[in-house]
Design a protein around this ligand. Structure first.
Ligand code: GFB
Length: 312
């Protein structure tokens, strides 16, 4: 990408898209195409094609998607498969019809088989059964990856697919019903501390292990891959280490300064037992994550307090 290349960031208000936007702006990219979801509905084919016709887009980061935690995936399966299939089908096809130079598509490590060996290597995709709670989301994302690969093979396009591990950062979703574990626990411990609630409920057994990547690290990886990666094969982005949900809860408890108890509710599903990515491929290209979980959590908790107090 050149500093004056026309770059479209789809989903620039979300966790990942906002981080990609910050990274592009901080490096001096200024010819950016941005549309909020109320200005442009990516599920609508005509609106998407009109945008590509109006703007001569050269590079695109497709960070718009219907995402959510384990409960949201379980409760709204139709929304997850429909919205993601519509968004990615419209965008990938429009990118081809309007001849853009390169597109970056975001997969996720939760689309690897539920019981794949750890750490997850890129070649494990499609080698086993999926986690049932997020099968509709996973099947949509796998279709998106395959669509990028098929367009590359048949039409000679340059579409790359990146597999980030569980993400966190500013502008995350802190709604307890639909959020991922990390923002949910920040909010639960904060509210319990403020209201002197004696115990915080953590879903599941606390045993599952997850790897957490700060969205600013992912954004740096996406910019790096846009410039240095041209293969159709997926590529993992992670930090290379994981922790249990119990350890995560204790860490957040300490950072928030909550002195009550933690109670595990094992009637709520654990989901995939472990999700740790193998980062050999991206490391060999010369990229690695920089933000430690502890530092990342401290800064997200600060940002959360600012946003949260303003809204109250
Ligand atoms: O972050 P999370 O919802 O998603 O849950 P997944 C991770 C683990 O944390 C699960 C536990 O074992 C949850 O049971 N957990 C404990 C909690 N307390 C809470 C809580 O208060 N809220 C939430 N949400 N979890 C998602 C996929 O799986 O991973 C998505 O369903 C997505 O499709 C995402 O791709 C990256 O890591 O289990």
């Amino acid at each position: 990408m050149e500093l004056n290349s026309k770059i479209y960031v789809a989903g620039h208000k979300g966790l990942v898209g906002s981080a990609i936007l910050r990274a592009l702006q901080s490096k001096g990219y200024h010819n950016l195409v941005l549309r909020t979801s109320s200005e442009l509905d990516l599920r609508n084919r005509e609106e998407v094609y009109n945008l590509f016709q109006q703007e001569k887009i050269e590079y695109m980061f497709l960070a718009a998607a219907k995402v959510g935690g384990i409960a949201a995936n379980n409760d709204y399966p139709a929304d997850f498969i429909r919205d993601n299939l519509f968004i990615q089908t419209n965008v990938i096809d429009a990118a081809y019809q309007f001849n853009i130079k390169k597109l970056l598509f975001l997969g996720s490590t939760c689309i690897y088989p539920k019981f794949a060996p750890q750490p997850l290597k890129e070649e494990y995709l499609l080698t086993g059964e999926l986690e049932p709670t997020n099968q509709p989301y996973a099947i949509a994302k796998i279709a998106g990856i395959n669509m990028c690969q098929s367009y590359n093979r048949q039409y000679g396009t340059k579409y790359i697919s990146v597999m980030p591990t569980n993400m966190y950062g500013p502008h995350d979703n802190f709604d307890l019903k639909t959020s991922h574990v990390l923002p949910a626990l920040i909010r639960k411990f904060h509210d319990a501390k403020e209201n002197n609630i004696p115990a915080v409920e953590v879903w599941g057994t606390g045993n599952p292990r997850r790897e957490f990547l700060h969205s600013d690290d992912l954004a740096e990886a996406c910019l790096f891959l846009m410039d240095h990666y041209n293969e159709s094969e997926i590529i993992n982005v992670g930090v290379g280490s994981d922790i249990s949900i119990k350890e995560l809860a204790e860490l957040i408890q300490t950072i928030v300064g909550y002195e009550g108890e933690i109670v595990f509710n094992s009637s709520i599903p654990d989901g995939t037992p472990r999700k740790l990515v193998d980062v050999t491929k991206i490391s060999l290209l010369g990229w690695e994550a920089k933000i430690s979980l502890e530092n990342g959590l401290r800064s997200v908790y600060q940002a959360f307090q600012k946003e949260y107090l303003i809204k109250q």
